[in-house]
Ligand binder design. Structure first.
Ligand SMILES: O=C(COP(=O)(O)O)[C@@H](O)[C@H](O)[C@H](O)COP(=O)(O)O
Ligand SMILES: [Mg+2]
Ligand SMILES: [Mg+2]
Length: 343
């Protein structure tokens, strides 16, 4: 007679039992290390960003099957760029996620000319969420990677004019920042000033599960990421730097058309991303408050650098909500080499 060992588990079950199941909200709480109301608010805030990200991820994953997911709306946003249906959807999802949260008093995004106020949250909502709902939206219709970038700041002052002028402060004022990358898997990467941590969405659980703690960018890398189609519009010093890289053995160009995706590669594998100013557009393309500053916060927490070529991105004071700035970001040695050409 044969017997079965009821305590023995299938290999899939064994690996589930052995795995680390640290969720995003739990991780934020453990990072803060206290259990006061502020810690729970920050944890809930991150969880809410994660929830909105999951909804965007779900829609992207079925976009080709839905009637209203691909293509443009026909509107032009405050940046003068045509709005994609997914830009509008993601913007609305983030606003909806926070309307019912009691956590955030204002949201400012690439897709909204002025900050969006949630007056019922304002007496208690101390935070402002700044975000780029879909970064790299030209990739959407080609089924390529896109992202969401976010930054959290504490409201300073009463903001009686409703213009959110207190947001016009340097990147050091950020209390949290991160991004969601909608790639071959969906990842959530964040910092609250205590290192950089990455999570991967397990679609079967609907949860972001910790995949790497304390990410450190390599000191140098072999990738440079820049849109060389703009070569003719760069200043001569940038052209000279790129020609210098062309002569170095082992350097590869990688450019996906989505800042988040290119930044993610560099954060994990090293190298440098550049979106410099151009003769036609001296401040470049990227917006400081919800693109460059959050990525600068992340990279500095990971041991790298972010600069305009002249000053540290974290020190830049934006003159207006949607201000742009040149960006050079990545491994310390690669950024130093790039900036040495700009002196
Ligand atoms: O500015 C960006 C796009 O942001 P957006 O989709 O407008 O939120 C970046 O992701 C750039 O799209 C990306 O770096 C490619 O820019 P180009 O090289 O096409 O100008
Ligand atoms: Mg963007
Ligand atoms: Mg965008």
């Amino acid at each position: 007679m044969t017997t079965t060992d009821d305590t023995r588990l299938h290999p899939d079950q064994e690996s589930d039992i052995g795995r680390d199941l640290t969720t995003l909200s739990r991780h934020v709480l453990s990072q803060i290390g206290t259990h006061d109301p502020d810690a729970y608010d920050m944890s809930a805030l991150m969880n809410r960003i994660g929830l909105a990200g999951k909804m965007v991820s779900r829609r992207l994953s079925r976009a080709g099957l839905l009637e209203d997911a691909l293509g443009v709306t026909g509107d032009v946003n405050v940046q003068g760029e045509s709005v994609k249906k997914m830009d509008q959807y993601a913007n609305r999802i983030f606003v909806r996620a926070f309307e019912q949260s009691g956590l955030v008093c204002r949201l400012a995004s690439e897709e909204m000319e002025k900050p969006y106020y949630i007056p019922e949250n304002c007496p208690i909502g101390r935070y402002t969420l700044l975000f780029d709902p879909i970064d790299g939206s030209s990739n959407i219709d080609a089924n390529l990677a896109v992202g969401t970038i976010f930054s959290v700041r504490q409201q300073e002052g009463i903001d009686t004019t409703g213009d959110a002028d207190d947001l016009l402060q340097p990147g050091h004022k950020q209390v949290a920042a991160g991004y969601i990358l909608y790639g071959s898997s969906t990842m959530f990467v964040y910092t609250i000033g205590k290192g950089v941590h990455s999570f991967t969405l397990d679609p079967s659980l609907g949860e972001f599960i910790l995949s790497q703690e304390n990410v450190q960018v390599p000191e140098s890398g072999s990738t440079y990421s820049i849109n060389e189609g703009n070569y003719c519009h760069w200043e001569e010093n940038i052209r000279e730097y790129i020609r210098h890289l062309h002569r170095q053995p082992g350097y590869s160009a990688r450019y996906s058309g989505a800042l988040v995706a290119d930044f993610h590669r560099i954060l994990f594998q090293g190298g440098v991303f550049l979106y410099p100013g151009m003769t036609t557009q001296p401040e470049g393309k990227l917006r400081l408050l919800y693109e460059s500053a959050p990525l600068a916060f992340l990279i500095t927490q990971a041991g790298g650098l972010a600069t305009t070529g002249k000053v540290d991105i974290m020190d830049v004071v934006p003159p207006k909500l949607h201000a742009r700035t040149p960006l050079i970001v990545g491994s310390r040695k690669d950024v130093e080499l790039a900036t040495s050409f700009m002196k």
